[in-house]
Design a protein around this ligand. Structure first.
Ligand SMILES: NC(=O)c1ccc[n+]([C@@H]2O[C@H](COP(=O)([O-])OP(=O)(O)OC[C@H]3O[C@@H](n4cnc5c(N)ncnc54)[C@H](O)[C@@H]3O)[C@@H](O)[C@H]2O)c1
Length: 295
């Protein structure tokens, strides 16, 4: 549903913010990126997790060199909403409409975070699984599920970091469990969307008492934390919806003040590169081989 309106809007000279995944595959997303570049408009993809304050804080820790060399990026995005075999057929389970299942829907978010926080991936090796291959449609007829219900991928990054990505909609009890951990030269950080105002941090050489040394839970809500100077006093928390406020404010600022959308805002080039990685995960799973990432 994104291709036709996005290309039409670009041709009409309109700035565009489009939901993720930008398209069903790399080929389709490239058409949208090309149309946006040709039209000279501002373009952004709604990877809203870049606009979570604690994730932006992780970006600052990476860019400042405080974490040092990154060894691991371990990301999971787990949900439970189709684990019931009686859950009906919906558009998200039809590859002709959705492109893929967990890969494009949930995986695209953690792929974006991997590219944003760690860097470009070099290769992927993946498996997918479809646990329930048929479901009842709205008219009661049995329809084929043509997407992945879950995927797992091993990722090599160009900078030598080594990672895993996993997403599933078959995890009873997991509501919107979008988590990652980065292990690096000087310490580790761990994020969990279900507690989005928090960040767990461990510093290898931190000024701490040896007997109580361990991960520290930081409440990311101080006025000097990313985005927080615009919100409430510390500890008066924000939620998922505020990530959309942040991403829209970023996009409007880019338009009104003629600023670039990147590097903190994901643009259609990021949407295209994300789709290349999604395609590579699908190809790796179907061919059972490692696939190099080529943009
Ligand atoms: N960034 C995020 O965190 C996030 C979260 C949820 C969904 N999404 C993205 O948002 C998009 C929509 O997902 P959703 O969960 O809201 O889906 P949905 O099925 O709940 O809603 C889609 C809506 O689009 C309408 N629609 C369908 N075809 C249309 C057409 N031709 N013209 C006008 N309206 C039409 C449908 O009637 C429906 O109301 C997807 O790209 C999804 O990946 C992003």
């Amino acid at each position: 549903m994104h291709l036709e309106p996005n290309v039409a809007a670009a041709k009409a000279g309109k700035h565009i913010i489009s939901e993720k995944p930008l398209g069903r595959n790399a080929e389709e997303t490239k058409l949208m990126w090309d149309a946006a570049v040709k039209a000279g408009i501002k373009h952004q993809v709604a990877f809203n997790y870049r606009f979570v304050p604690s994730i932006r804080l992780v970006k600052q820790l990476v860019d400042s060199g405080k974490l040092g060399r990154i060894y691991h990026f371990r990301a999971t995005y787990l949900q439970e909403w189709i684990a019931d075999p009686d859950f009906p057929m919906v558009w998200r389970l039809d590859a002709s409409v959705a492109g893929s299942g967990t890969i494009g829907d949930l995986g695209s978010h953690i792929i974006d975070l991997g590219r944003y926080l760690v860097g470009e991936p070099k290769s992927v090796m993946a498996r997918t699984e479809t646990f329930i291959p048929e479901r009842k449609g709205a008219d009661g007829k049995i329809e084929k599920v043509t997407v992945d219900d879950a995927f797992q991928a091993i990722v090599e990054f160009n900078n030598g970091a080594f990672g895993t990505l996993e997403a599933s909609r078959f995890c009873p009890g997991r509501k919107n469990y979008n988590t990652f951990e980065i292990n690096a030269e000087h310490g580790s950080v761990r994020f969990n969307l279900e507690a989005l105002n928090e960040l767990e941090v461990f510093w290898k050489h931190g000024p701490v008492d040896k007997d109580t040394m361990g991960f520290t839970k930081v409440l990311v809500s101080e006025s000097y934390h990313p985005f927080w100077s615009n919100w409430w006093p510390q500890g008066h928390f924000i939620g998922w919806e505020h990530t959309f406020v942040h991403e829209l404010a970023h996009f409007l600022d880019a338009i009104v003040n003629n600023k670039p959308v990147t590097p903190h805002g994901p643009d259609f080039e990021d949407g295209y590169k994300n789709a290349v990685i999604c395609d590579a995960i699908l190809n790796s799973a179907s061919s059972r081989r490692q696939v190099d990432i080529k943009y």
